[in-house]
Design a binder for this molecule. Structure first.
Ligand code: ADP
Length: 183
């Protein structure tokens, strides 16, 4: 199962991703996690990425593409993977296609978990974390939508986009993901 997973912050993507990777026995590849690990280890990559991440900016495409390309060659990706946080730009999506086709693979489904802003605000209120102020949440949602809308259009055009209603019980949502990916 070769999946890309999109979902705004606070949409419950983490929970659904966990279920998918455990049921399909595939690794979750999160570029955010890989970059954060590089920053805390203080590697060359981390030194380049750290200041950009702290400023809420994207890390250059070449860097992230390189990371993902290496990661996809690991043996645990043989039967599939769930990409989380990548691709974030059209050049990343195109590079991903190229890398995969060299490996004789392709993305099967791009799962987009859809939750209205209002609902995300309600959920975040309940968490009460400092970085969950309504303004900060809205900013993150705006950035997310701005980044993902061209990608969603791209994947819709090639027939891979599966939009999922992310409002409902965890089981209901997981059920609709399974149905949409035909599993
Ligand atoms: P979020 O905290 O919004 O879920 P992530 O954990 O996916 O975001 O990523 C954290 C940061 O890492 C991003 O804000 C960005 O600076 C960098 N990053 C992660 N993935 C990518 C990517 N595919 N392209 C560019 N930068 C990325």
């Amino acid at each position: 199962m070769h999946l890309v997973f999109f979902g705004p912050p606070g949409a419950g993507k983490g929970t659904q991703a966990q279920k998918l990777i455990s049921d399909f026995k595939i690794p979750q590849i999160s570029t955010g996690d890989i970059l954060r690990a590089a920053v805390s280890k203080g590697t060359e990559l981390g030194k380049q990425a750290g200041p950009l991440m702290a400023a809420g900016k994207l890390v250059p495409d070449e860097l992230v593409i390189g990371i993902v390309e290496e990661r996809l060659k690991e043996p645990d990706c043989k039967t599939g993977f769930l990409l989380d946080g990548f691709p974030r730009t059209i050049p990343q999506a195109e590079a991903l296609d190229k890398v995969l086709s060299k490996m004789g693979k392709k993305i099967e489904h791009v799962v987009s978990l859809e939750v209205p802003d209002q609902v995300i605000h309600e959920r975040m209120k309940g968490r009460g974390r400092a970085d969950d102020s309504p303004e900060t949440v809205q900013k993150r949602l705006d950035v997310f939508r701005e980044q993902t809308s061209p990608l969603k259009a791209h994947y819709a055009k090639v027939g891979l986009l599966r939009t999922i209603n992310g409002v409902g019980s965890l089981d209901e949502i997981y059920g609709s993901i399974r149905k949409q990916i035909g599993a």
